[in-house]
Ligand binder design. Sequence first.
Ligand code: BES
Ligand code: ZN
Ligand code: ZN
Length: 488
Amino acid sequence: MNFELTQLPVADIQGDIEVIIVIDKNTDHAFVQDKKLLKKAGFEGGQDETSLLVSKDRLYVGADSTLSKDIRTAAANAIKALNGTEYRSIKVATYLNSSKCTNSLRAMVEGFILGAYTFENYKTKKSKKKIKHISISLEEYNGYDVDIEKASAVIHKAQIVADATNFTRNIVNTTPDDCYPDVMAGIAETMAGETGLKYNVLKPKELRKEKMETLLAVARASRHKPRVIHLAHKPKDAKCVVTLVGKGLTYDSGGLSLKPADFMVTMKSDKSGGSAVIGIMKAVAEMNLPVEVHGFVGAVENMIGGDAYKPDDVLVAKNGKTIEVRNTDAEGRLVLADTLCYAQQEVQADYLFDFATLTGACVVGVGNYTSGVMGNSDTMKSLVVDAAKRSGELATALDFNPYLKKTIKSEIADVCNISNTRYGGAITAAQFLSEFIDEEHAEKWAHIDIAGPAYVEHAWGENPFGASGAGVRMMVKLIENLVETEED
Ligand code: BES
Ligand code: ZN
Ligand code: ZN
């Protein structure tokens, strides 16, 4: 999909169809020319409601306000409404929330790209009918003047971040026997070659040398050998250092603590954290942000077999801590333990974030659409929650407490991989991870449990059925904010 920016009014530019956003049901606004027709069609202008007037080549879509969050989903729903039609190009005006701030323009472009996403790799018939071209006029809803250069830069950033999100969605949606650890590493390597990122991969031999025995234990029963992927963006003018770590379980059967049939379906999405890290790295490289960013992915498949690791095993993590395994389905934290240790050994970071579809408990606690943000530092947690909200993602902080921390104690090892209570599972999993964060990084770390939003079996907002690319937009925004001050 390509974008073109022009100072000409919408009426004077080319486009198969015009998209008009109706703000706060205000059908009296000059942009709304078809009052009677819209009334006849039953259009009330509610958020995301669409009405396609084929005879006029106009599509109306409602938005509650010109705030980014409303414009983003309105744009996504507009483009979805045009899927399968004969229209190939759109023309649209600019909708801003204030005279100085172009966030809503970025949101509109993101909404178009994210809303147009479909995953059809496993369909024999692919849909050809899609919007290819979007012309954006700087004619502005509130009459604000928009600087064309600034607008053009904003559109470019929106394209990068939305394309990276779709890139992550593609990895996650790919089935487990088409995307196993070596394939994931290959995807990262190809992307690194295209964007100029540095790439390194650890295979079993190196993983053994690095003493990553907990990661190797989880991987042992699979015919697909594990990989730890390292991508790095190292600009000369870097202002600070960020490390990202992702859970890349290309399949989570639960292992010997086998998941029930209904819970196993969708577990190809257990690589969402790692896939998000790869997507974030792509965007950071393409934006060429003046921040040194490292991405580490622990790519492993959790399977059953004669060689499987077991409940009752005691494993030694890379940092020497011993772990009593009581449930092989709590495997993500084991893979992350070693990957976090390795990442901290390799890089002294100012910020350390990990992304993981870590617990069903997080989904129970905060629902399908929201990520849980945990860690020792309130500052770090707020940084993530704020960036998420600005980026169009939902995230909320969950607090650690010393009483829950006691529930992962083990009688026979340093720590147990599950808690002894059924409650607070997202937090106890994160507290387990905190055992593998060294002192220097303790206040610089936040863990983001994306188990809810990473993969949902229905469309929501600007997200399709399946993978959403959770984590990408929030983290790119956070990294941008480290070097730029926001306007609003
Ligand atoms: N990958 C799952 C968590 C998950 C559940 C992600 C639902 C997405 C949707 C993780 O490895 C897991 O199985 N966690 C267990 C932990 C339990 C054994 C302590 C869980 O959440 O049930
Ligand atoms: Zn599991
Ligand atoms: Zn898992």
